[in-house]
Design a binder for this molecule. Sequence first.
Ligand SMILES: Cc1ncc(COP(=O)(O)O)c(C=O)c1O
Length: 463
Amino acid sequence: MLESRDFVSDRLNRVEGSATLKYSNRAKEMKAQGENVIEFTLGEPDFPTPKNICDAAAEAMYAGETHYSAGPGLADLREAIAEKLQKDNAIDAEASSIILTPGAKQALFMLMQSTINDGDEVILFDPCWVSYDACVRMAGGIPVYVPTDPTDGFRPVNPESYITPKTKMIVFNSPCNPTGAVYDESVLREIADVAVDHNLLVLADEIYEKIIYGKKHISIGSLDGMAERTVTLNGFSKAYAMTGWRLGYMHIPEPSVFKALSKIQSHSVGNVTTFIQYGAIEALRGPQDDLAAMTKEFKERRNILIDGLNKIGFRCPMPDGAFYAFPDVSEFGNGEEVTTKLLNEAKVAVVPGFGFGKSGENYVRFSYATSVDKIREALERMEKIFWYCPEQHGITDPAKSLCGIFFIFEKRLTLLFSEKRLILLFSEKRPTLICLNLSEIRCHFFSRSYGFTEEDLKTDPDR
Ligand SMILES: Cc1ncc(COP(=O)(O)O)c(C=O)c1O
């Protein structure tokens, strides 16, 4: 350990490590010690990269495409991306404005380095993906968070009021990590108007555009007045399950920014790996069946997970895109407490919401890039640990709660009444939780765990 000198740059001292990686590493350590942990931490599809894409890259490698290629990428791939942006996104893209990067993450890093001066402000929507904040700070910029309204599809609340003379860019992500929100045209128009009125750049991160359930993805760069000021960021990681390939791209219509960013590319990575670019051409121009099958599977998982989470008492609106659920867990504690409880007691690994912004304090993020069987098992484990949680049922002060012991069908049952609700029925053999709200009766049985059904309850609660 070197002494008496701080060798770490101020820029890096301003940056936090990734919360996602921290919690996924913890889960991996537990797994290495033999624990049966079910992981919902990392944002990476658990499907293999489609075979036609792997074959195209392998063929290129064997055919000798193993040398440097042009800095911004292969001409044919840039052409394929331009075609895709025109066709899918209604963006009037030119191949010459497209640059391939080692992952979309690196593209984000390079864009901030190319555009942000010390003290420039960048608008982020809270909550948002962890790396925006870090990349802004590494460039010397200041992230300015606009709150979003979870009761209104995480719509940004009054974004214009956060603009100052120092604002240079707005980062916009739809479908959104971590909320899964897919924004409709009225939200896009509001943000576009702010960008046009204040002469700002917009970074549109569209990496989840293909993982969407029923809603239509709209690119902000296709709106009136946005063609020149929108940098569109995308990549192959999510749609084609190519996370390990490290391949992203950006469409940068403003020539001065494109030129600046190309300088970084030329002095850092040079070019992205040559033969994998042939796989990317196949991904864009080849059959899209695997993508459709993957999205169908994600949709099924989403439905099972969101339904199960809401039954437990995690409040989670149905997300329209990406593969994340972002439930409000405040009934059980803050996001970090619930994350710790889930990991220690249920061996279910999630990420606490605070890593995605201040507003995420009472949330956790589930990445449902895991099988239906594992989702069901995780839900069962969670039901068991959360089946009785006094705070959830309004018992903040047990002394104020009425308590009684009753005998029904000659079985002993304990009832607790809080100020708000009738809370619990304990039976000795099978724990059963019944919550009676004034307006709603919710019966919560551990039918899967204990083979208990509604019929059982009506006839003999302890049979
Ligand atoms: C919103 C968002 N943008 C960009 C990325 C970066 O993807 P990659 O660097 O794998 O291309 C991610 C990855 O998790 C993400 O969630």
